[in-house]
Design a protein around this ligand. Structure first.
Ligand code: DMJ
Length: 549
């Protein structure tokens, strides 16, 4: 006879299981609706322009030629494909299919990169080349889309972007290129210096393209930036693996000493690890390791009074004063550290693997702490959404180590309820950025800890409540905010392409169950590429072509 206690425990467990399963399905459905609403509003009122204001329906293109680059369109295609693959709702699937076909037709027949305009090489690579390449990859996987459309357009664009490397004596590309004439153009300000994160965030895209096209030149070009950069500046000895945010492309020398994981520094670190994850080249794990060790030594700090962990800045070099400012952009680091520690396996699996060591254990703990801090940057704000930049509080006894915050200045800053951080009046805006939900998505799948889904649900709810554009009481779109410190929120008339490419994609993936993080690598704009096949790399002779010795 069955024991009645066992039967009731079994029923209770089943009820809990169904509750959570249904909850995740309803979260998925909610995100699908937000995605379709955001995209279809753009399609109706902003198509095919690069910049779109969902409040006024204003729109414009970025290049001076006036032609569209496909900024929002190409950035969005793979989010639609992924959602098409996962959705369990037939009506949603049909709508997604219609939109995917509409976009694909436009890319094939209208999008023309032969435009007499100067574009930023980094932004165009991560968003447009990245979007086309993941469109190619997913259309070979999910039974929707024609891979040839994406592949041919990707090759055409990459060949134009590759000309940015042509004038530079050091091998580091200039920051812009004219897509028609091929003229490589230096940054017009900052003494012509390129952002260090920009020319070190092309490698995933160019290496993946080399592997699918069989053309090794893409690989060689993208990789050639590292040897001069590391050797000319002696990064491992002089900078403990860290890098200032500007580099002069002609000489490969750093320009200035400002070191940070926020804007212009961020994805330098991201692509060291992600190259290793994509290609398994050991050199890049070693460079990543030295950067993370340098970060722990010089930049990881705790706030006062609660001890929130954050990554500080060194605006005057490693021996100068510390700035306790942190950009929201830095919030990708929780997910990156977690992926670096586990290589995409769950923490339980990773801890029993040969590669596991005390550095990785320490990286994992830091990943949890940083993700918690970034969640607090949402949770403590009146709008429940993070501002662009926060400044962390430090104890009076450590004042001499930090750039000083004067008491008179501080009076005009917003103070968080726990007093751990402040927001300056001009830094309170929210641009629908992805970095925190990106880390939350990685942490959930690598730990299976449902707390991360709860945080994601809270953040999504706040986007819904506080960024919705309403007309006659009906939600028509979602937009950026002028500030997160006051509710009702003051809206800013711009929808960023990464709202569709990244923020909604990462939120959606947070609530899916089959996300295999050791078979794909997301580029810095959340476009997924498959881990490269070793045998194919050997066949095409795709290997690391430099060393530090
Ligand atoms: C995106 O374009 C990319 O994630 C980039 O690496 C950093 N900034 C934005 C999103 O915030």
């Amino acid at each position: 006879m069955l024991n009645p206690v066992i039967i009731s425990v079994g029923i209770a467990a089943l009820a809990v299981f169904y509750y959570f399963q249904n909850k995740d399905i309803s979260m998925s459905y909610k995100i699908e609706k937000i995605l379709l609403l955001s995209f279809e509003d753009y399609k109706q009122n902003g198509w095919p322009y690069d910049v779109y204001g969902p409040i006024s329906h204003s729109h414009r293109n970025m290049p001076r030629s006036g032609q569209p680059l496909g900024w929002i369109i190409v950035d969005t295609i793979d989010t639609l494909m992924l959602t098409y693959n996962y959705t369990q709702n037939d009506a949603t699937k049909k709508k997604l299919l219609k939109n995917i076909e509409f976009i694909e037709n436009w890319i094939e027949n209208e999008l023309d990169y032969n435009m007499d305009s100067e574009v930023n090489v980094f932004e165009t690579t991560i968003r447009m080349l990245g979007g086309l390449l993941s469109g190619y990859y997913l259309s070979t996987q999910v039974e929707v889309g024609n891979p040839a459309v994406y592949f041919l357009k990707a090759v055409d664009l990459a060949d134009r972007l590759a000309l940015s490397f042509s004038n530079s004596p050091s091998g580091i590309p200039y920051s812009s290129v004219n897509l028609k004439t091929g003229e490589a153009i230096k940054n017009h300000v900052d003494n012509g210096a390129s952002s260090t994160a920009e020319f070190t965030t092309l490698q995933l895209e160019f290496k993946y393209l080399a592997s699918i096209s069989g053309n090794k030149t893409y690989w060689t070009l993208a990789e050639q930036v590292y040897e001069p950069l590391y050797k000319v500046n002696d990064i491992l000895n002089q900078y403990d693996g860290l890098v200032p945010i500007y580099t002069l492309p002609d000489t490969a020398q750093f320009w200035g000493q400002n070191i940070r994981f926020g804007s212009r520094g961020d994805s330098f670190y991201e692509y060291l690890l992600k190259q290793y994850l994509l290609t398994h080249e050991q050199t890049y794990y070693q460079l990543y390791r030295s950067a993370i060790d340098g970060m722990k030594k010089h930049l990881v700090k705790r706030s006062y009074p609660s001890g929130l962990t954050y990554i500080a800045e060194k605006p005057y070099g490693l021996n100068g004063l510390t700035s306790s400012k942190m950009d929201h952009l830095v919030c990708f680091m929780g997910g990156l550290l977690a992926m670096g520690a586990t290589e995409g396996y769950t923490i339980k699996e990773a801890r029993s693997m040969d590669f596991w060591d005390s550095d990785r254990e320490d990286d994992w703990i830091l990943a949890m702490q940083l993700t918690h801090t970034c969640y607090q940057m949402y949770h403590q704000l009146p709008a429940g959404l993070s501002p662009e930049i926060v400044v962390f509080n430090y104890p009076e006894s450590e004042r001499n180590q930090y750039e000083q915050i004067s008491d008179t200045e501080r009076i005009s800053w917003w103070t968080s309820p726990t007093e751990d951080f402040f927001v300056k009046p001009l830094d309170g805006h929210n641009l629908q950025r992805p970095e925190t939900v990106e880390s939350i998505m990685f942490m959930y799948h690598l730990s299976n800890d449902t707390t991360y889904r709860e945080w994601g649900e809270e953040i999504l709810g706040n986007f819904e409540k506080n960024t919705a554009v309403k007309r006659n009481g009906r939600v028509e779109a979602y937009t950026s905010l002028n500030d997160c410190m006051h509710v009702p929120t003051s809206k800013r008339d711009n929808m960023e392409s990464f709202w569709l490419a990244e923020t909604l994609k990462y939120l959606y993936l947070l609530f899916q169950d089959n996300v295999n993080l050791h078979e794909i690598v997301f580029n810095t704009e959340a476009h997924p590429f498959p881990v490269l096949d070793k045998a194919k790399m050997d066949r095409l002779n795709l290997t690391t072509e430099w060393s530090l010795n």
